[in-house]
Design a protein around this ligand. Sequence first.
Ligand code: TRP
Length: 444
Amino acid sequence: MKTNASDNQWSGKLGFVMAAAGSAIGLGNIWKFPYMVGTNGGAVFFSVYIVFLFVLGIPVLMAEMAIGRYAGMNAVDSCGRISEKWKFAGWFGIIGAFTILSYYSVVGGWVIKYILHYIVNGRISDPSAYFAGFSSQTAEPIILHLIFLFICAAIVMGGISSGIEKVSKILLPLLFILLIVMAGVSLSLPNASEGIRYFLVPDFSDVENIGAICLNAMGQVFFSLSLGMGTLITYGSYLPKDSRIISSAGSIVALDSLAAVLSAFVVLPAVFSFGMTPEAGPGLLFQTLPVVFDKISLGRIAAVMFFVLVLLAAVTSAISLMEVVVAFMAERFKMKRSDAVIVLSLILGGVGALSSMSLGVLSDFTIFGMGFFDFLSFLSDKIIMPLGGFFICILVGYVWGIPAAANEISNGGKLKFRSRKLFAAVVRYIAPALILFIFVSALV
Ligand code: TRP
């Protein structure tokens, strides 16, 4: 049962695509993708990424959307509608979304900090020291994490078409405009072409660990498209029955990939132009780029623009994660949407605070040798997401069955489903095998 009968659907195809693309395009594109390229051998990683995008990304995306639209409920009960015993597949979504959010919003808080710093104080002359000093503090990062959560909560409280969809329709175009402007700035720097070559021209002779590169590329495809966590099941459940799953999936993947490529065009040329290496890892955005902003003319304005862009992307993704849990709480416990948002935000506020403190005062507290923040990201990216994706494929490929899924995807045969054979092969064999293989090899 939906809590608010007047606002339980997207207003139309565009609204859904914008919201789903808003979910997909996030820190994963702007923060993670460039540093993944940088730590996984540049263009080689990008090549593998593109292959996985088609082989894994699009079919799994369609499978999730089909489940959601068919069942019309939160991730757990949608899976349960297909088979009572398979509710657990949806649980991966609820737990996974919660896990991601509890560190995602901490990073969202950092982004707010950088925006404020560039507006109020100007340039950052020693970014590494600045980042380390700031992120290990206790009070300020937690307050900013709470502000980020509050922004997201306010949007999710607004509901589907008048909250999430409306905000996505404004923020997403803005995001692309900023990305294009920033890519232009970056490409005009001296030696920018070196960054482009690094990103686009693969050198397979130089590859040391192709297994690790594949694992990381698969994880990145899942993360970037918001797969394996019930997001697309939840968003799909608000789709009108006559919507087009195949073409929507195509648009979402195209927009997400465009955003990732543009982000690489922003980050990599700038990094190479100043003789730095792209291998900084997670610190690339917060430590390496500010060095660039410190050196270019109008760097302060560019920095504000850039971090505002990152914030927009992070917000539209975080609201999708929040919606997965909120839809579940509201439907399962018959809570009002607003109550569900408040309860969830309070819990997330606390867990997020712990993950923030694990980079400072609580750094001695480790789980499997990882700090709490790193543990959450390991748990979601390397465990919950692949397993969630795996079970979704099995559920659709074997339990629900390809004929039933294809029937949903083709709107009862009204639409052509030319790639049906490929879809079946991917969902039944290729994706589960790949996920399992890469998952196991990552653990051993
Ligand atoms: N895709 C988003 C990004 O690129 C993050 C995200 C939102 C996500 N919802 C998700 C990741 C669901 C996995 C599952 O930043």
